[in-house]
Ligand binder design. Structure first.
Ligand code: FE
Length: 376
């Protein structure tokens, strides 16, 4: 039995955790590049807390605050140019998955000259500037993974870069930064984390340790389904979702994701559907396809969700996601042909065919309130 587990990231979680752990940043370098989006880190207080801590440590910083949703290759090269010009020696990512993933690749490009056309197609030396991460959404888990996902306009999807050098040195998690997150963002990110945990349990690389983490993650996130539906979250719900998302990140750091993510990336690239929402849309039909091949694993998952089985789980997700868009047969064929080429399709004991993937897309977009029972 494989029970290997690696987590080199120091995880610090709790109220006011950046200011009270300022010394954690002191050991990372002399001058930081702070990588973030245009607004949220300024609004939610996370940037102020980082700047306060750097100042207290006598550290300098430069700011790159141009990261967009689903960051592009141009964005990370621009950020890396700032890192080199400012001669920073570590990187702090503040934000959701987009900002943290961009920070990781900027840290890599600050240390290595990688031609743009090779960034997403080659394996790179495990050499990057030290990283610290401050997540301001509860979903991606990027603060504890060795992956960064970038928009890939050549392959027309989103493509991961994986390297042990992308494991952050430390992750600073404070659910207080999520207090004002809009309900839609809260829901989408929670579904991303849930999908990480479920996919991790259904991965060929799952083991008893990752199952333990995934199980608790699923339990924490599923306990918030009702408040996610209402869109009104108290601080304890924010803490549960953040805890669930970091646990799920610790899972996929070791197990990887499965077909749900490769299929979801196409929905994000071509249809602009938020990453977590795309995973949430696809997850029930994916489970229906694979559950017969691994009944014991599914039997372990259902009690954690609080639902007796796939029908109730599927209905609950449909209720959370509301009305969904339509996908044409042409799109289904195009997306299925692209998704089947992704490596993580083979990361599940039940390997899906092109026809399986097309059927999952078809079912996922047919599962609306009215026809849920008859199709799903
Ligand atoms: Fe994800």
């Amino acid at each position: 039995m494989n029970t290997n587990y690696l987590m080199p990231t120091k995880i610090l979680m709790g109220e006011d955790c950046i200011r009270s752990n300022a010394l954690e940043l002191a050991g990372l370098g002399r001058k930081a590049l702070i990588v973030t989006g245009k607004n949220s880190a300024k609004r939610n207080g996370s940037l102020d807390d980082v700047l306060f801590s750097l100042d207290k440590n006598g550290q300098h910083y430069a700011l790159y605050d141009q990261v967009m949703s689903n960051p592009t290759i141009a964005c990370v090269y621009e950020g890396a140019a700032v890192a080199r010009r400012e001669q920073v020696d570590f990187v702090i990512g503040i934000g959701g998955g987009s900002a943290m993933d961009a920070a990781k690749v900027i840290a890599l490009l600050a240390r290595q000259d990688i031609p743009r056309e090779e960034l997403l197609s080659k394996v790179h030396k495990p050499d990057a500037l030290p990283l610290a991460m401050v997540p301001t959404t509860a979903g991606t888990g990027s603060e504890v993974t060795p992956y960064a996902i970038l928009t890939n306009d050549i392959a027309q999807t989103k493509t991961p870069i994986g390297s042990l050098a992308l494991f952050p040195r430390c992750a600073l998690l404070d659910a207080g930064y999520m207090a004002e997150l809009p309900p839609g963002t809260t829901l989408n990110t929670a579904l991303d984390a849930l999908s990480h945990a479920v996919e991790g349990m259904l991965s060929v690389r799952a083991n008893p340790m990752t199952d333990l983490l995934a199980g608790e993650s699923i339990r924490q996130i599923a306990s918030c389904f009702e408040v996610l539906h209402l869109g009104v979250l108290e601080p304890q719900h924010r803490r549960a979702l953040l805890y669930g998302s970091v646990l799920a990140g610790m899972v996929i750091a070791n197990t990887g994701t499965t077909a749900v993510h490769s299929m979801g990336h196409l929905l994000t690239y071509f249809r602009g559907i938020a990453h977590g929402g795309a995973n949430g849309l696809l997850l029930p039909a994916f489970i229906r396809r694979v559950q017969g091949g691994m009944p014991e694993r599914m039997a372990n998952i259902w009690p954690l969700t609080g639902f007796p089985g796939i029908d109730q789980f599927s209905s609950a997700l449909a209720g959370l996601l509301g009305e969904r868009e339509e996908l044409s047969e042409e799109e289904i064929e195009k997306f299925s042909a692209a998704a089947i080429r992704a490596k993580n399709v083979r990361n599940c004991p039940v390997v899906l065919s092109y026809e399986d993937i097309a059927a999952i897309y078809r079912e996922s977009f047919a599962c609306q309130d009215g026809n849920l029972k008859e199709i799903c």
